[in-house]
Ligand binder design. Structure first.
Ligand code: UD1
Ligand code: MG
Length: 483
């Protein structure tokens, strides 16, 4: 399918149509940028297109060119754009791309996909291209059979079953209403078919140029055309409204979770995990319900993620465990480390192997050494914590002085007693102890104990004396009646 020479017969170019206004979405966001599993809808059509190794890929944009171009930044130099000045219909959109292709001296097959059809698989695209070539067609398109043809273009066939044209919903008449075979919007065109675009007349009802009219035009010119019911609606569905967006997401989630389960990921309830398309999960991981995995998150072998956890752009290495109701953002969790329940790892937390971060602990922009424990109610921000450190309950790094963020360094083997405050910048050196309840604002030398609390006094008999005094004050004065 691949052809290195753009002028070669076997080269393919892909065009993704995304110049429409998408009014039926009833949303200010351009239709093709609506997210599905966290990625813009257009990524899916584009990925399917790129799987064919095209010599050129052109995205046709219109009113929302800037937004779409910005969103497609991850595709770098792999995508070109053609701008459709006015949304004059799908034929007019493809015409803009065809003009650009001419400029590239492209002479191979052009594959056209709708940017609003995210469910097509690379396999189906390849099948259409090979049927197209096998039959020596000038024009081929994919169709599907549905009981609810809705707004899709209906495929017209003659008595022998040969395709003769496509009728859009607004132009349907008589028994055409009964037609169940509809247009998927996936086309393959040879240069002679592409040349027909200039001749497509304006649709009198909608005042647009319909790409669907190319089938009738090709047939009347004696070109060979094929329409192939290649896949079901689960692959060919177009997204025109919020309900269809929701349905497409359900299809994608089903495909995704089935793929993960087959691969050996244990999803305790697949319908209740929410995994974005950029997430990678190794076999043997266990994921409980109501877990949200987002962005570029990577979950290693044998990790366990308990309920109500959200992990964004983070890496969990083999055997890491995240207990209930924790949030992890832009962080790295080492092998066999344990997080939560109710922990919050904010951007820049690096938790080394076998460390334990427990209940109500917040960590930000800090490295926690291997085997270190911070089990209860702490805030560790802008700190470097060594190996095998014990951070007592309620320890706070006071990292912000109102102007600057300052660092705290806690070296290997340190013991920080509960309810201590470390006023940064400050270092607690190797093996030192900080007594519970201390406020530390000077460095603690290696192996020493820092204690900074006021000495305790015990006042003997104080309680009894207080009660006696109270009773005396409450008694009414002699001779006066209480009111
Ligand atoms: C289109 C087809 C219909 C097919 C269906 C499959 C036409 C006339 N109709 O209908 O036969 O069954 O797709 O999903 O082609 N676009 C532009 N510029 C425009 C108009 C649209 O680039 O001026 C783009 C849109 O952004 C969209 C795609 O073309 O990605 C399809 O347009 P849309 O308006 O969704 O067409 P449908 O009504 O779905
Ligand atoms: Mg559509």
């Amino acid at each position: 399918m691949r052809g290195k020479d753009p002028a070669g017969k076997n080269a393919v170019a892909c065009v993704v149509l995304a110049g429409g206004l998408g009014k039926r979405m009833k949303s200010p966001l351009p239709k093709v940028l609506h997210p599905l599993l966290g990625s813009p809808m257009i990524f899916y059509a584009l990925d399917a297109a790129l799987s064919l190794n095209p010599v050129k890929t052109i995205v046709v944009t219109g009113k929302f060119h800037n937004e779409i171009e910005r969103s497609l930044a991850p595709y770098g130099g792999r995508v070109d754009f053609a701008i459709q000045e006015k949304p004059l219909g799908t034929a007019n959109a493809l015409l803009q791309a065809a003009r650009r292709l001419k400029g590239f001296f492209f002479n191979g097959s052009t594959i056209v996909l709708n940017g609003d059809s995210p469910l097509m698989t690379p396999g189906t695209l390849k099948r259409l291209v090979s049927l197209h070539r096998k039959n020596g067609n000038s024009l081929s398109l994919g169709s599907f059979i549905t009981d609810e043809p809705g707004a899709y273009g209906r495929i017209l066939r003659d008595g022998k079953g040969s395709p003769v044209g496509i009728v859009e919903k607004s132009d349907l008449s008589g028994e055409q209403i009964e037609i169940r075979e509809v247009n998927s919007g996936l086309y393959v065109l040879e240069p002679q078919a592409l040349a027909l675009l200039d001749e497509i007349p304006m649709n009198p009802n909608k005042k647009e140029y319909y790409l669907t009219d190319i089938l009738r035009l090709a047939m009347t010119r004696g070109m060979k055309a094929g329409v192939y019911p290649l896949a079901t609606e689960e692959e060919f569905a177009g997204i025109n409204n919020p309900l269809e967006l929701r349905q497409a997401e359900l299809v994608l989630r089903k495909r995704q979770t089935e793929g993960l389960v087959k691969k050996g990921v244990r999803l305790m309830e697949p319908a209740l995990v929410f995994i974005e398309s950029g997430v990678k999960i190794a076999p043997g991981a266990v994921i409980y319900p109501n877990v949200h995995l987002q962005g570029r998150t990577v979950i290693g072998k044998g990790c366990i993620i308990y309920p109500n956890v959200r992990i964004i752009d983070s890496v969990l290495r083999e055997g890491a465990v995240v207990k209930d109701s924790s949030v992890i953002e832009n962080s790295t969790i080492g092998k066999n480390a344990q997080i939560g329940p109710f922990a919050h790892l904010r951007p820049g937390a690096v938790i080394n192997p076998s460390a334990k971060i427990g209940n109500f602990v917040e960590i930000k922009n800090s490295e926690i050494g291997a085997g270190t424990k911070a089990m209860h109610l702490s805030y560790i921000g802008d700190a470097s914590v060594g190996r095998k450190v014990n951070i007592g309950a309620g320890t706070i790094t006071c990292n912000y002085d109102g102007v600057n963020k300052n660092r705290t360094v806690i070296e290997d083997g340190v013991f920080i007693g509960s309810d201590s405050q470390l006023i940064a910048p400050v270092s607690v050196k190797k093996g030192a102890y900080v007594a519970a309840g201390s406020t530390i604002n000077r460095d603690v030398p290696p192996g020493s104990l820092a204690i900074s609390r006021t000495e305790q006094k015990n006042l003997s008999g104080w309680v009894k004396n207080r009660k006696r005094k109270q009773a005396h004050e409450d008694k009414p004065a002699h001779g006066k009646k209480g009111r």
